[in-house]
Design a protein around this ligand. Structure first.
Ligand code: ADP
Length: 338
């Protein structure tokens, strides 16, 4: 029977510690040691809880490393014989999640308000003074309204995509995807938008990845769309595939452009929500700053990786998506001997 109590003691997820009446630790469970180790990384000493006076009247305390980190620990305490039993829980990770959501909502509200304010302004002008404006101005105003409505639509679509994968919906349906063929249909769907650009689908016919078809298309659409969007009209975009140098069970698909490029210090940041690099082209090009965040999440949901690089000595950038090869052994065996 004692065994089962010990077993349960170590399995419960809350930290439990038993102290004698002088505050010395008599025993503690695994969760307590883990929490202690976790807080030590921040320079926070969990033992401070034991020195709290009147611990029975407290149901939470804040511990700080005296610099940049404070955590909130909830306490449940009771006496057992001459000892004190404390049950502790770190509330801070929950608080951090709440904070991220609050920040997210405030950024989304701001992003929605900007185009709405502009639409309202132009509609008001057209209603109050539209008949006094010449035809060209009326058309110009209507075009601005249309582009702001498109911006809102794009933002809402991106937000729906974020909410779908963050809530764990939209499970992957894996199948064999022929990279060259699928990329060609992505390029064809983007062509009307980028008539002046040249897209080179240099992927060899034999590359297939194991991926969800819709997600693969969305990843490639985002990357190829960005490659053209952040390059001058008339630019070229190259797409290639090769076996990953370290792991031939993975296939690397590279989208390379000769556009404005991305400074190295932004390499991590561009994959986070709502981040846009401030340069004249980015300012003139419409975007939500959600595309690469979505792309990265989709790639990772399929056990892949994404990275960004420069375009050799030329201007521009290159994005590489690594995804598991379909029947890796067969294709690697067949094409690796060459
Ligand atoms: P959006 O394009 O909607 O702004 P993304 O998340 O797709 O959002 O991209 C984030 C930022 O990264 C862009 O605003 C742009 O500054 C930069 N960026 C993305 N792709 C490229 C690229 N191919 N060349 C240069 N800059 C890029």
């Amino acid at each position: 029977m004692v065994d089962i109590y010990n077993f349960i003691f170590d399995k419960v997820s809350d930290s439990v510690v038993v102290l004698d009446k002088n505050g010395n630790v008599l025993c503690s469970n695994n969760a307590f040691s883990e929490m202690n180790d976790e807080l030590k990384v921040w320079g926070i000493n969990l033992a401070k809880v034991f020195s709290e006076e009147d611990i029975f009247s407290k149901n939470k305390i804040e511990l700080s490393n005296g610099k940049n980190k404070t955590v909130e620990i909830s306490i449940n305490s009771f006496e057992y014989k001459d000892n004190i039993v404390l049950i502790l829980r770190n509330n801070s990770s929950l608080k951090d999640i709440d904070r991220t959501h609050i920040d997210f909502i405030s950024t989304v509200s701001h992003e929605l308000r900007t185009p709405l304010t502009s639409i309202k302004g132009f509609v008001d002008t057209l209603l109050s003074a539209g008949d006094k404006l010449d035809k060209d101005s009326q058309i110009r105003f209507l075009k601005i309204i249309k582009s702001q409505v498109e911006r809102l639509t794009r933002l809402v679509e991106n937000l729906l995509a974020v909410s779908k994968f963050e809530s764990g919906r939209g499970e992957n349906v894996y199948k064999e995807i022929n990279v060259r063929k699928t990329l060609q249909s992505v390029i064809d769907s983007l062509m009307p938008k980028y008539e002046k650009y040249k897209f080179h689908n240099d992927v060899e016919q034999y590359f297939s990845v194991r991926a969800d078809s819709d997600k693969f298309m969305q990843i490639m659409t985002n990357l190829i769309d960005n490659a053209a969007k952040y390059s001058k009209a008339g630019s070229e975009v190259w797409i290639r595939a090769y076996f990953n140098a370290e792991n031939p069970n993975m296939i690397d698909i590279e989208v390379k452009d000769e556009g404005v490029g991305i400074p190295k210090e932004f390499y991590d940041k561009i994959f986070t929500r709502f981040s846009r690099i401030d340069n004249p082209l980015t300012r003139s090009v419409q975007g939500t700053g959600l595309g690469l965040y979505i792309t990265k999440s989709l790639v990772e949901s399929m056990n892949g990786k994404i990275s960004v690089h420069g375009n050799g000595s030329k201007a521009g950038s290159s994005f590489v998506v690594s995804l598991p090869a379909f029947s890796a052994e067969i294709s690697a065996g067949k094409f690796y001997q060459e």
